[in-house]
Design a protein around this ligand. Structure first.
Ligand code: UD1
Length: 416
């Protein structure tokens, strides 16, 4: 298993183009099977989770081939509506295939999705939405057996705005007779990207990005092309890295509106931030100060996925910053590793208090999950001496090549 070797203490400078969004491409890959034909996805990031989705598509009988950064998916040959356990276990978001397979085939047979390092992540809201559309779902022996016969559109209210449940409900509703109105839907930008992809293939979906999404089911579909939106969490990671290490970096191909809470926090901490068109420029002296409490919340609140990297950026700040994690229970697993580098962090339940220290010291640390792993890289860039970050397969689930990107900004980081 590989590790990153990072020599910290160097400022970061330069300009970088941000990869396509993981959380956008995964539901869109599932959505390709709503149409029997070809979808071309541009700006598709080369990620472990994308490879896992491709394996699922191929198992279902679809073709999926890379053409540089584009992925060409042809679902005309799909002849299977079952996903075996070993493919479901590779990533949690494989559950998004459930709504899409039901819409296409009227039945689906999947095992429960992969375990997750962020604490319990139930799928009750996904199943409830699909049942309300008319699916009969049997759970047992770790498998989900779903029969739909005919799915029928209706009004559905999610009890919390779950991103995955919103996506699953939208995909199943595309294959349902009549109109579905989904209320208390998640408003994440990736759901708007899914709507854009679906609209491009002919599906009638409106309202994504707001709390009410309306789907007119069974619209005729056709071949389509789509460009995956930029990854706002990867952008947040690189901004946090520059904030921590100091320097001046321009990120190209990002939508600054999606980053408003993250850039707002970094500005409050003492960074200069400018947004121009589809670029964000951040300048940092590397000497930051503490900020008001950071509370994670569904979009447009502060993203849970950026909590760890912002925490890493503030480890050497003057004063104390409080973090409140409201989305996932087990999202402070990076804290013990950061403490190995000399950080002063106390955790009590959902609250973490970061007291800034004068210096961090390079250390041997272990990535425990995707964003927590990225936070270790951010901290290592501002630490003195060498750090080694192991278990980087977690990081590679969501970053195409974090070492290449950071080297382009002048960081000393290599994979071995
Ligand atoms: C998605 C993102 C993930 C991000 C998260 C929150 C993808 C592939 N992943 O995950 O990166 O951190 O949104 O922004 O897009 N819940 C239930 N029952 C359910 C579903 C969810 O109780 O059926 C709870 C979860 O345990 C969690 C909360 O709802 O506490 C939010 O989860 P959700 O929005 O569904 O996150 P994911 O879609 O899994």
């Amino acid at each position: 298993m590989g590790e990153f070797v990072i020599a910290g203490g160097r400022p970061l400078t330069g300009s970088l183009q941000v990869q396509g969004a993981k959380n956008s491409v995964l539901p869109i890959l599932a959505a390709t099977i709503l149409h029997s034909g070809t979808s071309v996805l541009h700006n598709c990031p080369h990620l472990r989770d994308v490879d896992a989705s491709i394996r699922i598509l191929r198992h279902l009988g679809c073709r999926a081939e890379w053409e540089r950064d584009s992925l060409v998916v042809d679902t005309a040959g799909m002849q299977c509506c079952e996903i075996p356990d070993h493919l479901m276990r590779e990533m949690r978001s494989s559950v998004i295939f459930l709504g899409a397979i039901l819409a296409r085939c009227g039945r689906a047979d999947l095992s429960m999705p992969g375990g997750c390092e962020l604490g319990p992540r139930p799928i009750d809201l996904h199943l409830s939405a699909l049942r309300q559309l008319g699916a009969r779902i049997e759970e047992g022996g770790g498998r989900l057996r779903c029969e739909a016969g005919e799915l029928r559109g209706r009004e559905i209210t999610l009890s919390i705005p779950s991103v995955g449940a919103t996506e699953n409900a939208i995909l199943a509703a595309c294959g349902s007779e009549g109109t579905t109105v989904l209320m208390n839907a998640a408003r994440e930008p990736e759901i708007l990207d899914l709507q854009r992809f679906l609209a491009g293939m002919g599906c009638a979906v409106q309202g994504a990005g707001t709390s009410t999404v309306t789907i007119q089911g069974r619209s005729p579909t056709h071949d389509s092309e789509h460009t995956i939106m930029p990854d706002r969490i990867v952008a947040a990671t690189y901004l946090a890295a520059v904030a921590a290490a100091g320097g001046e970096v321009e990120l190209r191909q990002v939508d600054y509106r999606h980053l408003a809470t993250v850039t707002g926090a970094l500005h409050e901490a003492g960074c200069q931030v400018h947004s121009t068109g589809d670029a964000v420029l951040l300048r940092s002296s590397g000497n930051l100060h503490s900020i008001r409490p950071v509370r994670t919340a569904p979009y447009p609140g502060f993203p849970t996925d950026a909590q760890a990297v912002l925490m890493a950026a503030l480890l050497r700040s003057r004063g104390a910053t409080v973090f409140v994690e409201n989305i996932f229970e087990n999202r402070y697993r990076h804290v013990d590793e950061l403490i190995r580098m000399g950080a002063d962090i106390r955790v009590e339940g959902r609250v973490a208090v970061v007291c800034g220290v004068d210096r961090l010291q390079g250390a041997q640390v272990r990535a425990t999950d995707l964003r927590g792993g990225a936070a270790l890289v951010v901290a290592a860039l501002s630490a003195q001496g060498e750090s080694r970050v192991s278990c980087i397969h977690h990081i590679q689930r969501g970053y195409e090549d974090i070492a290449r990107d950071l080297r382009m900004l002048g960081a000393e980081i290599r994979e071995q």
